[in-house]
Every structure is written in structure tokens, then in C-alpha cells.
Write a protein that binds this ligand. Structure first.
Ligand code: IMP
Ligand code: MG
Length: 183
């Protein structure tokens, strides 16, 4: 596609997802006998769905038992996403009280989405513990002092698409991650 510059290819993504799963498994809470606690992965729709699908299988391969749930955030306004303009739009469906949660999102940008989701899962839904994992980190535009526990790739301040991430609902089906040259 000539309107997308490839930033990260399919094989690099696959390698990174495998390594992320290893790091997540090593850091995951464990019971007294050393066995990892069961995980509830909560993926933020729609952007994280492809990443979550690969990550859940990679985590299985590292010996974790993973349940998956989803939540949806709706952001109002276009370029500027302020906290007041992001709202929870449903999910997760299963109770999280006492569960150890891995919150998975596509991109950490200003930080408002991850901050809101995190506070909701820990504060309102009373998850026992929460770790965060984002596929992409765009530190250039951060507005809140928030970092993810696990980051796939750090990317420059460009509009990225592919591997589940869209621009006006296009490009989610790309197997690679790219930057739109003519948004
Ligand atoms: P934040 O609340 O500003 O951190 O926004 C994060 C959300 O904005 C991501 O989960 C994406 O849905 C969206 N977003 C931020 N940057 C991009 C981008 O470059 N391409 C597509 N979506 C983006
Ligand atoms: Mg999002």
C-alpha cells in the first residue's frame, strides 16, 4: 500500500510478542508454591484485538492460564483526547474482584485512556493486581505521568496503523505496523 510506510514488519512483531510474553510471565504474581496466578487479560477494543489474540497464545506457551475479557473506550473529539472526552463504553463482562489482571492496549499516547482504564479496573472493579501492556508507546505526546509495565515498541510521533490499529476504520487488517503518509 503506497499510503503507508512500513515501520515494523510482521516477523519483528511476532518475535517481540514472544519476548513480551516471556517478560510478562516472569513478572507475573505467583502463589506460595511458585505457580503463576491465573490471568485475566482485559484488552481495550477495538485497537488491541489483534495484539491480544497473539499475546494470549504466546502467554499460554509460557505456562500461564489466561482468561480474556474486553472493554471499550470511546474518545470524543479528534486529535485532542482529554480525560473528560474519554468515556467507558462497556465491559469487562466478568467480575474482576480478586483476579490478577493484565490490561492490554494498542497505543499509549497522551496516557488518558490507560489511566482511566487502570483506575476503573483497580478502583471500581477491585482487581487483586493489575499490570499493563501496550503494543506501542508514543512518549512524545504524554500528558500524564504514566508508563506501561510492558511495551512492545516505542514509536515516533506519527499516526500509526495496522495490526489491529485503524485510521477511520481502515488498515486494521495490515499484518505490519505502518505510518500513514497522507492521513
Ligand atoms: P491516549 O489516551 O492519548 O493515550 O490514547 C491512546 C489511544 O488513542 C490508543 O488506544 C488509540 O486508540 C488512539 N491512538 C493514539 N495514537 C494513535 C495512532 O497513531 N494511530 C491510531 N490510533 C491512535
Ligand atoms: Mg484505543
Amino acid at each position: 500500500m503506497d499510503d503507508v510506510d512500513i515501520l515494523i514488519g510482521e516477523r519483528d512483531i511476532a518475535r517481540r510478542v514472544d519476548r513480551l510474553a516471556l517478560d510478562i510471565a516472569e513478572a507475573w504474581p505467583r502463589a506460595e508454591d511458585g505457580a503463576p496466578r491465573p490471568m485475566t487479560m482485559v484488552a481495550v477494543l477495538k485497537g488491541a484485538f489483534v495484539f491480544a489474540a497473539d499475546l494470549i497464545r504466546a502467554l499460554h506457551a509460557k505456562g500461564l492460564a489466561v482468561e480474556v475479557d474486553f472493554m471499550r473506550l470511546k474518545s470524543y473529539g479528534d486529535a485532542t483526547e482529554r480525560a473528560s472526552e474519554i468515556a467507558m463504553r462497556g465491559g469487562p463482562e466478568r467480575p474482576l474482584a480478586g483476579r490478577h489482571v493484565l490490561l492490554v492496549d494498542d497505543i499509549l499516547d497522551t496516557g488518558h485512556s490507560l489511566d482511566l482504564a487502570r483506575r476503573h479496573l483497580l478502583g471500581n472493579l477491585e482487581a487483586a493486581s493489575l499490570r499493563t501492556c501496550v503494543l506501542l508507546d508514543k512518549p512524545a505526546r504524554r500528558e500524564l505521568p504514566i508508563a506501561a509495565d510492558h511495551v512492545g515498541f516505542t514509536v515516533p510521533d506519527r499516526f500509526v496503523v495496522g495490526y489491529g490499529i485503524d485510521h477511520a476504520e481502515r488498515y486494521r487488517d495490515l499484518p505490519h505496523i505502518g505510518a500513514v503518509t497522507m492521513p
